[in-house]
Design a binder for this molecule. Sequence first.
Ligand code: GDP
Length: 349
Amino acid sequence: MIVLYVALAIVVVLAAGTIVWRRRRRRVAPSLVAPLRAAMPDLLVSETAPIPSISDEFTLHDRLASSRGVFDRVRSISGTGELSADQLEVVEEVLLRSDVGVTTTSTVLEELRAKGAPDGVVAALREILLNSFTAERSTTTRADAGRVPVWLFVGVNGVGKTTTIGKLAKRHHDEGRAVMLAAGDTFRAAAADQLEQWATRTGSDIVRANEGADPGSVVHDAIGRASARGLDLVLADTAGRRANSTNLLDELSKVRRVADRAPGQVVETLLVLDATTGQNALSQAREFLAASGVTGIVLTKLDGTARGGIVVAIERDLAIPVKFVGVGEGVDDLIVFEPDAFVDSLLGA
Ligand code: GDP
């Protein structure tokens, strides 16, 4: 009998021990991660912010959570009518933190001071921000008779050009277009491999060449084949070495000339910018705009940054429309930019 009691006691002690150990393990894991993230400098944390899980179902509101969070302080301002100096200061801090930029922030504040906030600060700010988006932002896939429309993608390395091309290939494919990808980033061998994977995933054709090959001839070849096969659209990648190298800009102009020669016709030149780099993206844009006939901007990685205000700065300072925004790494994580939905996501509850 005693032996039975002892055996029973051992079983109970072992079971209780296992439960406690498992619970501790569950508690310990997250706390191992937190101090590391907390110790990171701001920029690094925002660049490595957790990416929302990739799913078919997402809203802009979900993906802009970090950028929206910055506007919490504006949402907490109550009252209507004239704004106090303290309230204007809060708005100023929020706009600067959101990377709207110094120049644009002071224009917005001037307008806010002049107009007041008859329906509250959020409504007043909403109206002013919306007025920033005046540019025409439609895209076209139409070329002249007998020509193949080409979308050319430019931007520095790592901003998300190749990923954006993949996402757009999927979108055009879903809309019934036969797409040809041109792996014009011959500077980086991995870029062509990456583009080839996107071609396979999205059912697109691709023309690629060895590392170091002439990007112009890759694009030329892709357009020739697209024309011969009667395809609807060529999406052409380009190399993205530093924008301050005149070489790169010269090379882009050359690729552009080749792509725009019959049977090709460049109908969109999309400059891809990384939102997590904030005001740096704006300086990059200025260099590219000076050299290549950019028709629109794709702003990537808006999901991983609190710097959503950069969209306002781009539109106000550069007067170039943001046409698409990237909100994740998945194939469906690209949105046609709509000012109303964007501003509502930033300012909405
Ligand atoms: P490229 O050098 O300009 O061609 O850049 P890539 O297309 O290779 O992208 C660089 C990195 O950014 C990759 O890890 C992509 O998955 C990531 N990326 C691209 N677009 C987005 C986006 O909208 N959101 C997030 N979170 N990551 C992105």
